[in-house]
Every structure is written in structure tokens, then in C-alpha cells.
Ligand binder design. Structure first.
Ligand code: PMP
Length: 353
């Protein structure tokens, strides 16, 4: 090691799913929405004012913050926006998790949490999911420096009831509880209704999944005004202009079309429920996912080999080697009905052979 390397911050980065650039593949590996964003988004972008490009964007991102607040029936001072929920979650970790006590999150969960914890030197302790891949509420009722978990959880898709979520928030008044609701629009009940009751609650959501805008990078947080102010203080100490004008304009436009939003999420939920029956028919086992993906395993086949065979056939799904307990599982994003039919045509052959 070179002398200067001693003082380098060394991290093992998060590894996102592959983004193959070739066309003609079926991409079910990163939980993207298979449908395009609302038609108004594309129109607004093609009319984007050159003067908006010339100038710095509004550091307060007021138009988008106000549009989100209005859509969800909140005040603007309860909303924080950023470059995808990865950005807002990282900012929330930095702002909220500064205790000597460990933060708690599940052992099988979004694999960015431990990366941020290590990056920001936040002590953490993982809590094992039960044998059905469910979060055990009692594991989150011990001393801690903060709590974070997705609802529904990823990559399992398992949803916790609002009552159980409230138990965790209520029993931890001295720390911030972050509920990551990246997939909540596919059938879950948001903790939004608890926001005015608990000042230690922070909710993260995203435009990446249910609003088909992963490429635009828009995420947001709901929290009490004082907490949102603290998070903004950290953000402005880091980078004043994280969100570009195209993202801001398209985010506002997406929120205008709630009929389209309901139609797309409805189609994905319908395809997911149909896919569950198809997977069951082929002998797969899976959790009862309430997200836009299914987490499946087959008692007779290796998930890793199936993952490779699918890829060779141009069908990309997600395979996690770690932790050990999920080594024989695949996380498969719900695509269009046609994409899923192509997947099942392949799987029927595979299972027969
Ligand atoms: N939380 C969870 C649980 C996720 O699966 C993802 C998607 N990788 C994110 C947050 C981040 O999504 P984005 O940054 O696109 O909003």
C-alpha cells in the first residue's frame, strides 16, 4: 500500500443490477416499470425552456416539493426531494443516524443500507428475518441508534401491516425510524397516515418504480418540518443543486396524471397475481410479494444455473449470492404480460428438461 493510501476512505460499493445496452432483451432485473411514464412527461420535456437550462435550478425545488405535498395532502415543509430515493435515503442516514448505538435493519433487505452505514461510519446490527422471510417486530424493540427497513421489504416483497409498522415507530420514540416505501404503490398501505402522529417517522418514496421514471432520478421523504429542515441543512452543506430542471419538470407533470398512474400500477398488480399462479404451476415457491417483483425458488433447480440460462436466452433477472439463505432464489421484476409470457415459455421448457 502506498503511504497516501492510508488516509483514503475505502469502501465496498453497492453493486446495482446490470444495465445491458443491447436491445431485444427482456429486462426483469432492476424492478423498472415496463410501461412508459405518463404521456405529459415526454411532452413537457420536449418543450423544456432553454432559459431553464441556462440558469441554475431552484435550490428549494419548490415546484416539485409543492406538487408532491399537494398530491399527498401534506404541507410543503414536510417534504424533501432528491436524486432518487438512494439520494434521499443517504441524506437521511447522514442526518439522522449519529448515535454510538447501532442502527437496526433486517439481514435480508436492500443491500445499500450496510453500504451507507459503512460509508458514514454508522454502527449497525442486522436483525434476522423469521423462517417465512418476515420482519419480527420484537427485534426492533431493543436499544438502538435508529431503524430502517423497506415496506414491502426487498428483495422478498413481504409487506408488514400498518399496525405492525406503528408498533415499531411507537416503541422507538428516541430515534428516527425510516420506512423505505419504494414499492408501496403496488398494493401496500403507506405509513403516511402516521406522519402527524409520530415525529420520529421518516418515509422514503420514489418515482422510479410506480411512476416509470427510474431514469429521471426522483425520490422524496416525508417527515416532520423540523426533521426535514435538518435534512435540508445537511443537503445544502453537500450540494445545493442536486436536481436538474428536466427531472423537476417531469416530476411535476407525472403527478398531474393520477389516472395513468393508477392504470399502470393496476396492470402490474394484475400481472403479478397472474404470474404467481404460473410460477406455482411450475413448482416454484415464493413469498406473497406485494411489490413489482417476485422472489422465487424451485426445490429441484439451482437458482444460479437458471439465472445463467435465462441470461443466455436474453432474459435478465436478479440473482444475489449473499446472504446464504437467499442463494437459491431469484428476484424477478414484473414486466408486461408479453414479457412474462416469454419468461414462462422458457421456464416451461426448462422445468420439463
Ligand atoms: N429502496 C429500495 C428498497 C429499492 O429497492 C430501491 C431500488 N434499487 C431504492 C430504494 C432506490 O431507488 P431509486 O434510487 O431509484 O429511487
Amino acid at each position: 500500500m502506498k503511504a497516501w493510501e492510508e488516509n483514503i476512505r475505502k469502501v465496498v460499493p453497492y453493486v446495482p443490477g446490470e444495465q445491458p445496452q443491447s436491445s431485444g432483451i427482456i429486462k426483469l432485473n432492476t424492478n423498472e416499470n415496463p410501461y412508459p411514464p405518463a404521456p405529459g412527461v415526454v411532452k413537457a420535456l420536449s418543450n423544456l425552456d432553454a432559459d431553464l437550462m441556462r440558469r441554475y435550478p431552484d435550490p428549494l425545488v419548490s415546484v416539485l416539493v409543492n406538487a408532491i405535498a399537494e398530491f399527498y395532502g401534506l404541507n410543503s415543509d414536510q417534504v424533501f426531494v432528491g436524486v432518487g430515493s438512494d439520494d434521499v435515503l443517504a441524506m437521511a442516514f447522514l442526518t439522522c443516524f449519529n448515535s454510538e448505538k447501532p442502527i437496526l435493519f433486517p439481514d435480508i433487505t436492500y443491500s445499500f443500507y450496510d453500504v451507507w452505514a459503512k460509508l458514514f461510519r454508522i454502527p449497525y446490527e442486522v436483525q434476522p428475518l423469521d423462517e417465512d422471510f418476515c420482519i419480527r417486530t420484537e427485534d426492533y424493540q431493543k436499544e438502538n441508534g435508529g431503524i430502517v427497513f423497506p415496506n414491502p421489504n426487498a428483495p422478498t416483497g413481504v409487506l408488514k401491516s400498518l399496525g405492525e409498522i406503528e408498533d415499531i415507530i411507537r416503541s422507538n420514540p428516541g430515534v428516527i425510524v425510516i420506512v423505505d416505501e419504494a414499492y408501496i404503490d403496488f398494493g401496500g398501505e403507506s405509513a403516511l397516515s402516521l406522519l402527524n402522529k409520530y415525529d420520529n417517522l421518516l418515509i422514503a418514496q420514489t418515482f422510479s418504480k410506480s411512476r416509470s421514471m427510474a431514469g429521471m432520478r426522483i425520490g422524496f421523504l416525508f417527515g416532520n418540518p423540523k426533521l426535514i429542515r435538518y435534512i435540508n441543512d445537511c443537503k445544502y452543506s453537500f450540494n445545493s443543486y442536486t436536481m436538474n430542471q428536466a427531472a423537476i419538470v417531469s416530476g411535476v407533470e407525472a403527478l398531474r396524471d393520477s389516472a395513468y398512474f393508477r392504470q399502470c400500477t393496476g396492470k402490474i398488480i394484475e400481472t403479478r397475481e397472474w404470474a404467481k399462479t404460473e410460477f406455482r404451476r411450475l413448482g416454484f415457491q415464493f413469498t406473497d410479494s406485494m411489490a413489482n417483483f417476485l422472489f422465487v425458488t424451485h426445490p429441484d433447480y439451482s437458482a444460479e444455473e437458471l439465472f445463467e440460462s435465462l441470461k443466455e436466452a436474453g432474459i435478465y433477472v436478479r440473482y444475489f449470492k449473499h446472504p446464504e439463505r437467499i442463494r437459491n432464489y431469484l428476484r424477478i421484476t414484473i414486466g408486461t404480460k408479453e414479457e412474462m409470457e416469454a419468461l414462462f415459455a422458457f421456464l416451461k421448457q426448462y422445468v420439463k428438461e
